[in-house]
Design a protein around this ligand. Structure first.
Ligand SMILES: [Zn+2]
Length: 552
């Protein structure tokens, strides 16, 4: 513990402290002053820094951790969604969804469109809801509801009409209009087909998005999240972030990943350079570029090495879709890397992962080992030959461990359609980690909960925290608690180029800290995912506090 002249603003006493600092993994006390961590050590040393105005927080067995980072989430989309009709927290049945939709439509008579998100594919036969149900719930106005993973939308007849979609409309190149036996659109639009309707929805204003960012930020701070990477930011979202930061309201550290428009090539890079230059406002940076390489397994748009099977286990010959031409990709990535941009890939199938790594390899060959820290998110299937390449290329493995569990989406919509040897390679988190991959934690909120402790529980157990009696999903791929927490602290800080000043509890670093309501290392505490956050600090400032903090 380094002695300083000034007294501390806050001292945390009574531990445990999990520091994520490899040279001193645990401590009993921490002193904070002037927005920084002054000292890490034992109780006697921290008390030494107490003055008359120092706040004392007695941990008494409740864990102190570095503030959490979420390296792949969508708060700017959430900013809009949080003001729309959410189906996320409902019981997953068509009835529950339709009740909520009807209620929202009645409560918002002035809105020309009824828009929302959050339904689960498992609530409908074959994952396909029908427009007739939505017609009954929203009779006069167009309605569009995106599903929970954001890769499909349920629309009503009025929405199809407004968009001019009929049986004669061809499927777009990057998506599909679901049709009945008679060829009529059924009301389900996959991937790029969603855009045919979405472009008719009135755009929210920059001010409205900025207002919504306040809701998103408050929610994330309540969960202990002090930094994130927004994995899909267009010009409007970036302008809203700038406005929010200029208002002085952005307390989180945010890296915005500018959206790579896959309808265009490298002519879009110049605009990205300009946006990056004008977006260094407060804690906002915009030095990342998000390139979506493929879709998802459930609708066969993930790009895979081995073809999908049909329900009888026979190969279909379908290997999914490459959203970006793999021939052109290395050139784009090399150019972005040379300009100092980080590339953040959506890479879900094993062929997409390989294409992403190949593109990074090309950039490394051309530009050398730059400090751009490319990372690949989702990594649902990763071929063993690619596991060691993350370390060799210094590319981050951006994991969403919550998905590595048995649930309807896995049992009904994924496992039947993958060859068994590929299905066994899903979410190979331990294997990648052992091969040297740097794990970077992300939630993909609002696709999934941003609750870090729930994600950590699944990373450690591979069992759904909502159904703890279920069997684990490929349990050999579970990782240790320390490794899981590291992904959401140092790992996420690395992805945001902030690990030199955040991500661990070390003297001199910024005081971004979280207090949980329990000791998550105590073996008796088997329910990691139930841990609640009692206090969140950013640079020593309280951004969330639960009254229970002082009750013990
Ligand atoms: Zn995402």
């Amino acid at each position: 513990m380094s002695a300083r002249g000034d007294s501390a603003d806050i001292v945390f006493l009574g531990g445990p402290v999990m520091t994520m600092d490899r040279s001193r993994p645990s401590a009993a006390a921490v002193a904070v002053g002037g927005g920084r961590i002054l000292a890490v050590g034992d109780e006697r040393e921290a008390r030494h820094l107490e003055g008359p105005r120092t706040r004392r927080v007695d941990l008494r067995g409740r864990t102190l951790l570095p503030g959490f980072g979420d390296a792949h989430c969508h708060p700017s989309a959430a900013a809009i969604e949080l003001q729309r009709c959410s189906l996320h927290d409902l019981e997953d049945t068509a009835e529950a969804y339709l009740d909520a939709i009807r209620e929202h439509a009645v409560a918002n008579p002035e809105r020309p469109w009824i828009v929302g998100s959050g339904w689960a594919m498992a609530a409908f036969p074959g994952g396909l809801p029908a427009r007739a149900d939505l017609d009954a719930a929203v009779p006069g106005r167009p309605a569009l509801f995106t599903n929970r993973d954001g890769h499909g939308a349920w629309v009503n007849s009025r929405a199809l009409e407004v968009a001019g979609i009929t049986r004669a409309t061809p499927d777009p190149r990057d998506g599909r209009i679901e049709r009945g036996p008679d060829g009529e659109p059924t009301g389900m639009l996959h991937e790029g087909a969603m855009a045919l309707v979405e472009r008719h929805i009135p755009e929210p204003t920059i001010g409205e998005i900025a207002d919504g960012l306040a809701l998103a930020q408050a929610y994330l701070h309540r969960l202990g999240i002090t930094a994130w990477q927004d994995a899909w930011v267009d010009a409007a979202a970036l302008a809203a972030y700038r406005q929010f930061a200029e208002r002085g309201s952005l307390t989180a550290r945010v890296v915005a990943a500018q959206w790579w428009d896959r309808a265009h090539g490298d002519e879009q890079i110049e605009g990205m350079v300009e946006e990056r230059a004008r977006s260094s406002v407060g804690r906002l940076r915009a030095g990342s570029v998000k390139i979506m390489l493929d879709g998802i397994i459930e609708n066969f748009t993930a790009s895979v090495l081995e073809p999908y099977t049909d329900a009888h286990g026979h190969s279909t010959g379908n290997r999914g879709i490459d959203f970006v031409d793999p021939e052109a990709l290395p050139g784009y990535v090399t150019k972005l890397d040379a300009l100092g941009f980080q590339v953040h890939f959506h890479a879900l199938g094993d062929r997409a992962v390989r294409n992403g790594l190949d593109a990074i390899a090309a950039a490394r060959t051309a530009n050398g080992m730059t400090d751009t820290r490319p990372h690949l998110a989702h990594l649902q299937i990763v071929d063993p030959a690619d596991w060691p390449r993350f370390a060799a290329l210094d590319a981050g493995a951006n994991i969403q461990p919550l998905w590595a569990r048995f649930e309807a989406q896995m049992s009904d919509l994924t496992l039947p359609f993958l060859p068994p040897d590929r299905a066994a390679l899903q979410y190979p988190i331990r294997s990648m980690h052992r091969a040297g991959a740097r794990l970077v934690g992300g939630s993909d909120w609002m696709v999934s909960t941003p609750n870090v402790m729930q994600q950590v529980e699944v990373a450690v157990r591979r069992i759904d925290p909502e159904h703890r009696d279920r069997e684990p999903f490929l349990p050999d791929e579970a990782i240790e608690l320390e490794a899981a927490l590291r992904a959401y602290t140092m790992g996420a800080a690395w992805a945001n180029h902030a690990d030199d000043r955040t991500g661990s509890i070390e003297a001199g670093k910024l005081a971004d800290l979280v207090v949980l309501d329990r000791d998550i290392e105590r073996p008796a505490t088997d329910e990691i995912g139930d841990a609640r956050v009692l206090l969140t600090l950013v640079e020593g400032e309280v951004v969330h506090e639960d009254p229970a903090l002082d009750l013990r």
